[in-house]
Design a protein around this ligand. Structure first.
Ligand code: ZN
Length: 452
């Protein structure tokens, strides 16, 4: 493409992101239809047909399709329109003004993930403008509700309108931010994510006077035993294939860490000790890997008692459990109940707040190979690795119904990765204009190569 087109492209993607940030889609309540309408109008002006589907009033998602010949499988460019809340008093700029300054676009959603929405819109528009002869359909969907679990967005669309957006391949958020290594950069491609089990456990007892505790059955004491059992449980180490490939590639890219990763790979049963040793040298890395080797159970809330002198008959605790791909929610609940047998299951009740299995896609596909090939052209010598995230994205809905999904939002860090990631749901979220352009260029090349 000519320098003029490239400069225009940079301006276009910057402006589009800025406009999207100005449409406040804080979820709850979401109000994504406003953003969906804006995108639909943009695409209509570029000659696309679009459809807005609402799961409830105001909760809109937008879909469009660029037709191919059908010789190749279709590809969905997925993003979510909603954002998490932002407190303007904590920010140095208005989080919903879409400020462009010092080479950055600032605002809630700049990184998670309206930048990707803007990039994907530009990619599909450019493919159309450039008259690229596509061998498969490209679908674009910008959806509601991801930040609250996605049931009113991607989940709803797949349940009620699957034919309009389902594709065998999906590109979404969750990976792509390069991290520095000895040889340059390693790009993680999200191929797997953990499942969630938010479990409320309520303990029942019998009330009594605080001055004669032995006559009562104290529910707080029962919950303490529950927390003690679950927090001290040592889950089995299981390496899913994504983690094995991650450790192998990280070893290749970081020669000084190679022996540690080789030991980790060879000795799952000793993973805790090996990670403890690694933590002494590189704590961030060790604690990044540790939760990826097993399920985790963290008590996060506790509530009980009504008065200083009443022995409480009710107490409840909430647990945030994250399970590996392959581990099932119902099996996990059975396991937890088994651990609590001698606490008295008849005095405990269990309530799901949110629960779904993890998911994993193979890294052994033509799309994965093309992503790797394009990245190595842009960054000669870089590493590319599949990665498992501890948090969830809408990809899980698509993996559940057979799609191969990759979290791939290509970016070069402009500050330390942990600071960058903190901004995501934090203060002064932003993205460099260079990264917007970089992401657009890489995604355009990837999609074009995959589809021609
Ligand atoms: Zn997101």
């Amino acid at each position: 493409m000519s320098p003029k087109i490239l400069t225009d492209l940079k301006q276009e993607v910057t402006q589009l992101l800025s406009e999207l940030i100005r449409i406040d889609t804080t979820n709850p309540p979401g109000n994504e239809t406003k953003a969906a309408n804006y995108i639909a109008q943009y695409l209509i002006n570029e000659g696309f047909k679009t459809e807005i589907i609402e799961s409830a009033p105001g909760r809109g998602s937008v879909i469009t399709r660029l037709k191919g010949t059908g010789e190749k499988p279709s590809l969905l460019l997925l993003s979510h329109l909603d954002v998490v809340a932002a407190n303007p008093n904590e920010w140095t700029v208005n989080p919903f003004a879409g400020a462009v300054k010092d080479g950055y676009v600032y605002g809630r959603g700049a990184y998670d993930m309206k930048c990707m929405t803007a990039i994907e819109i530009l990619v599909i528009t450019l493919l159309k403008k450039n008259n690229v002869k596509l061998k498969g359909d490209i679908v674009l969907a910008a959806t509601a509700d991801e930040e609250q679990g996605g049931e009113a967005g991607a989940g709803y669309l797949l349940r009620h309108h699957r034919e309009k957006l389902w594709c065998p391949y999906v590109i979404n958020e969750g990976g792509g931010l390069a991290f520095p290594s000895k040889n340059g950069y390693v790009f993680p491609i999200q191929t797997a994510e953990k499942g969630i089990l938010w479990l409320k456990i309520k303990a029942k007892g019998t009330p009594g006077h605080g001055s004669t505790p032995n006559t009562a059955d104290n529910a707080v004491l029962r919950i303490i035993r529950v927390i003690d059992k679950l927090a001290n449980y040592k889950p089995q180490t299981i390496y899913v294939s994504t983690l094995k490939e991650f450790l192998a590639e990280m070893g290749r890219q970081n020669p000084d860490l190679k022996p540690t990763f080789a030991r980790l790979l060879a000795n799952p049963a000793q993973s805790e000790q090996i990670l403890d040793e690694l933590a002494k040298k590189n704590r961030a890395l060790a604690e990044e890997i540790r939760p990826r080797t097993k399920m985790t159970i963290a008590p996060t809330m506790i509530r009980g008692g009504v008065k200083e002198n009443i022995i409480p008959s009710d107490c409840e605790a909430v647990f945030d459990c994250r399970i590996l791909p392959g581990q099932k929610v119902n099996e996990t609940v059975d396991l937890i109940k088994g651990l609590l047998k001698d606490v008295g299951l008849d005095k405990l009740s269990f309530e799901f707040i949110q629960a779904h299995d993890g998911s994993e896609s193979s890294a052994n596909t033509p799309l994965y190979d093309i992503i790797g090939g394009v990245l190595r052209e842009f960054e000669p010598g870089c590493g590319v690795t599949p990665t498992l995230t501890t948090g969830g994205t809408d990809s899980r809905f698509f993996r559940e119904v057979g799609s191969v999904c990759y979290g791939f939002q290509p970016m070069i860090p402009d500050e330390p990765n942990d600071q960058l990631e903190e901004r995501m749901h934090g203060i002064d979220e932003r993205i460099t204009i260079e990264n917007l352009f970089y992401g657009t260029s890489i995604l355009y090349e990837t999609v074009k190569r995959f589809m021609t």
